[in-house]
Write a protein that binds this ligand. Structure first.
Ligand code: PEP
Ligand code: MG
Length: 880
């Protein structure tokens, strides 16, 4: 049988999400639970058809097109109207719908099927003057959307024409334009279309349909969708489905309207209906913030019947999906139609509250609640909030809607491009716009916060900011904006580019100047969900911490040990770097030992503080791994200082620095290579590790202090053996001299492909392995970890890569090396424990992989510890 590319809503259900996309599967599911009279009955063109479209060289083949037109025919029968018919026309919407919801990322076309003939006969068949206005309003909207979405003629040309018309007519809102005005606009739009494209606006509805479906498929590959997918781990191969539905008209008259609503508050999670609607409008008006919508509660007065029905629908949907629903609806002549439902996007605090409430209400088990929270979302909770005292003494100068919580302060910028540019040079910015559009997404990402003049809680800015976890205040109508000249006034104050501002995405308050922020804490619902997560996970979570402050923070956030202390990072401070440079720039063992003597006390006290912060939990100390180019002095004054300290001339120091120059420092004289050349460095570090451990163990008899010494950048077992001998001899001598008992371990990083491939040999000498996936990725790909960013964009554009392999673990290649190392190593040393401490240790999908291949722990930066705890729990639940 030929492939089935098209499914009527009555043929699907919610289990068919992969094939029908989220929207299509839910429209089918809603059809069966709410009834076909509430869901305008249409069809879904499958995600497989999208894949086929790309395989066919971005064309819809005849078979798919025939099935689409067959779907249209069935839709005509169900709805008693005819597509393209002048007497009784069926108008449709064409909308995208991928497997995972990607709000605002792809395109929608409404009112498709209109042309001059259809318009004329519709008007002729209905003498009501408001109907004529409605028809022209629909027509101008269709031309505008079709031109923008399908033919990629910029929206702005049409918006300019609308603005001009409003100005000429002396009105503020589009609803105040008359039928005649809209008719003129429709004519002007068609002329603009021809002017831009050189051809007439297509009047054949079948051609309109084909072009529209193609445009939705094409939109899967638009730049903003590609960025969104990369940020949200959505594979390119999934494709999008297309949903074709008969139009119901919220812009028919004042007995009609359209809205979006959530069954619970997506910002706070509170269990109360939240939403907005507009009378006499079509869907995009609410989202685009063309007029400021009314709160959903007001619908009760305006449309009591439909409101009652809507409340029933909300309850049915929540009871069915057991999750907060995000819904789009339209009222046509007082009757309610549901156009979409999906599990709603929510802020991190809302996600936690909703998960806890759903457990308490009996909708979900604790396991299901843990599984429903996106770990990446937690990030926002871990970021600073305004300092309460500072906030109390600050007076807001304005207020908008608290659209996405959190605190943001920074310098005002007016365009997405400026936001990116300023951010790239290290400035914190708040993006202030009349309203945002999907083109602004990368600029929004580069901003601390977003402030808009127009738009409600479901405006583009609000939805996208919530998804990104970026603070957003929307719809502050008091702002008097002059985007062109990059300035605005609020409460009598003028803000120009670079002015300082603070915004509170929870309350919607806006403040002049910068308000200090404080760190967040794990408490309340966050704490409850984390407790559940800890119950389910088997993978331990450690942290990468180089300072006692980081270690303490990580402990607060639930770290169960330090998986990586980069000892070279303990030397960045002014007074320490001098001693470190002396060590690097020594000519003789004596000179080096003298420098090391200066370093030893620093190291010992640092390690002591780390053990204390960890209270007897494991602490892995990685021996020096300094890419030398990061440490040698470059400033004249520093060179002079070093020369004086070493009793050398500036020229001599410069000569040493020259001799240290490496063409490829990341593959240079770093890691254990340093200890092979200068064993006295490993000796000093061992002394510091062991002496500190003895001190802390003595002070805390109830802790089991057991340092884990980690040797970096090993590629050959003999290398490890060589350094280990130095470590063991030094450590044992220290322990014997102190007359105490102290256990310690010596392990290695696996971060060079050769180490992974010879892990059986290495395991015989190592107590543990820890995957350094930053270097392992660098060396497996042969991409410099410092420079790959410069060309990766080209790889995304060419679809060679979907993700940055330094951020998301490459399971196919790098992962295979990890699996190999475990398979080779464990049988040789059955006590071998294995972890990961590259950046991937805090990335949720990488954490799942680590769980699957049997790692004992992941180690990540302190603020990612809760993310890793949740991801580890989800991995355990999903792979039971
Ligand atoms: C690694 O390479 O993954 C690692 C953790 O070490 P570093 O980033 O310090 O090289
Ligand atoms: Mg490394």
């Amino acid at each position: 049988m030929a492939n089935k590319w098209v499914y009527m809503f009555s043929e699907g259900d919610m289990t068919m999400r992969n094939l029908l996309g989220g929207k299509g599967a839910n429209l089918a599911e809603m059809t069966s639970i709410l009834g076909a009279d509430v869901i305008p009955q249409g069809f879904t063109v499958t995600t497989e058809a999208c894949t086929q479209y790309y395989e066919d060289g971005r064309k819809i083949n005849d078979e798919i097109m025939a099935q689409i037109m067959d779907g249209v025919k069935k839709m005509e029968e169900i709805n008693g109207k005819k597509f393209g018919d002048a007497q009784n026309p069926l108008l449709v919407s064409v909308r995208s719908g991928a497997r995972a919801s990607m709000p605002g990322m792809m395109d929608t076309i409404l009112n498709l099927g209109l042309n001059d003939d259809v318009v004329a006969s519709m008007i002729a068949g209905n003498p009501d003057p408001t109907f004529e206005r409605f028809v022209y309003d629909s027509y101008r909207r269709f031309i505008q959307m079709f031109s923008d979405v399908v033919m990629e003629v910029g929206k702005k040309y049409f918006e300019q024409l609308i603005d001009k018309m409003k100005e000429e007519k002396g009105v503020q809102y589009d609803v105040e334009l008359t039928a005649a005005d809209l008719k003129t606009l429709a004519e002007q739009f068609k002329a603009e279309y021809k002017n831009q494209l050189g051809t007439d606006f297509p009047s054949d509805p079948v051609e309109q349909m084909k072009l529209a479906v193609e445009a939705v498929f094409r939109s899967w590959d638009n730049p903003r969708a590609n960025v969104y997918r990369r940020d949200n781990d959505i594979p390119y191969s999934w494709g999008t489905a297309v949903n074709v539905m008969p139009m119901v008209f919220g812009n028919l008259n004042d007995e009609s309207g359209t809205g979006v609503a959530f069954t619970r508050d997506p910002a706070t999670g509170e269990n109360k209906l939240m939403g907005e609607f507009l009378k006499n409008a079509q869907g995009e008006d609410v989202v685009a913030g063309v007029r400021t919508p009314m709160p959903i509660a007001q619908m009760e007065q305006e449309f009591p019947e439909a409101y009652k029905k809507f409340l029933e629908v909300c309850e049915t949907l929540e009871n069915h999906y057991h999750d907060m629903q995000d819904m789009e609806f339209t009222i046509e002549n007082k009757k309610l139609y549901m156009l979409q439902c999906r599990n709603g996007k929510r802020t991190a605090p809302a996600a936690l509250k909703i998960a806890c409430d759903l457990v308490d209400e009996g909708h979900k088990t604790e396991e299901e609640a843990v599984a429903m929270i996106d770990p990446r979302n937690l990030d926002t909770l871990l970021h600073p909030q305004f300092d309460a005292a500072a906030l109390k003494s600050a007076t807001p100068i304005g207020k908008g809607l608290g659209a996405s919580p959190g605190a943001a302060c920074g310098k005002v910028v007016f365009t997405a491009e400026d936001a990116e540019e300023w951010n790239a040079r290290g400035e914190k910015v708040v993006l202030v716009r009349l309203e945002t559009s999907p083109e602004d997404i990368t600029g929004m990402k580069a901003s601390q916060g977003i402030l808009t003049v127009r738009g409600g809680m479901t405006s583009h800015a609000a939805v996208v900011a919530r998804g990104m976890g970026t603070c957003c205040v929307s719809g502050c109508g008091d702002i008097n904006m002059d985007e062109e000249n990059k300035k605005f006034t609020l409460a009598g104050q003028t803000f120009t580019e670079g002015s300082e501002i603070s915004i509170d995405g929870t309350t919607g308050n806006i403040y002049a100047g910068l308000i200090p922020t404080v760190d967040a804490q794990i408490a309340g619902e966050f704490g409850r969900v984390m407790e559940w997560a800890d119950k389910f996970r088997t993978l331990k979570v450690r942290t990468n911490a180089d300072t006692p402050a980081d270690a303490k923070k990580a402990r607060e956030l639930g770290a169960e040990g330090i998986g990586l202390c980069r000892t070279e990072h303990m030397f960045f401070e002014e007074d320490r770097i001098a001693a470190f440079r002396e060590m690097i720039c020594s000519d003789t063992v004596e000179e080096r030992e003298a420098a090391l003597e200066k370093i030893l006390p620093y190291q010992q006290s640092d390690f002591k503080a780390l053990y204390e912060a960890l209270e007897g939990n494991p602490v892995t100390i990685r021996f020096l791994d300094p890419p030398l180019h990061e440490f040698v002095p470059t400033e004249e004054a520093d060179i002079k200082k070093l020369a004086d300290a070493q009793g050398k001339s500036v020229e001599e120091i410069k000569a040493i620095i020259d001799s240290l120059h490496e063409f490829n420092p990341m593959m240079g004289h770093r890691g254990c290579r340093l200890a092979v050349t200068y064993p006295e460095i490993a000796k000093m570090q061992t002394k510091a590790v062991i002496r500190a451990a003895i001190e802390v163990q003595k002070a805390h008899a109830d802790w089991a202090v057991k340092p884990e010494i980690m040797i970096p950048l090993v590629c050959e077992v003999k290398e490890l053996k060589y350094v280990k001998k130095v470590v063991v001899e030094t450590a044992d001598a220290e322990i014997a001299a102190a007359g105490v008992k102290l256990d310690y371990e010596v392990g290695t990083m696996i971060e060079i492909p050769r180490a992974a491939l010879t892990a059986d040999e290495i395991a015989a000498e190592a107590d543990f392995f820890c995957f350094g996936t930053n270097d392992l990725t660098q060396m497996t790909y042969g991409f410099s970890r410092d420079d790959a960013g410069k060309f990766l964009d080209a790889y995304y554009d060419a679809k060679i890569f979907e993700n940055d392999p330094f951020a998301k673990l490459d399971q196919t290649g790098v992962g295979k090396l990890m699996e190999t190392a475990i398979k080779l190593g464990k049988p040789v040393n059955n006590k071998l424990h294995v972890g990961i401490c590259g950046e991937h240790g805090g990335d949720p999908s990488s954490v799942e992989f680590c769980h699957k291949i049997g790692l004992d722990y992941v180690s990540c930066s302190p603020f990612r510890v809760p993310i890793a705890r949740l991801a580890a729990a989800q991995a355990a639940i999903a792979n039971k």
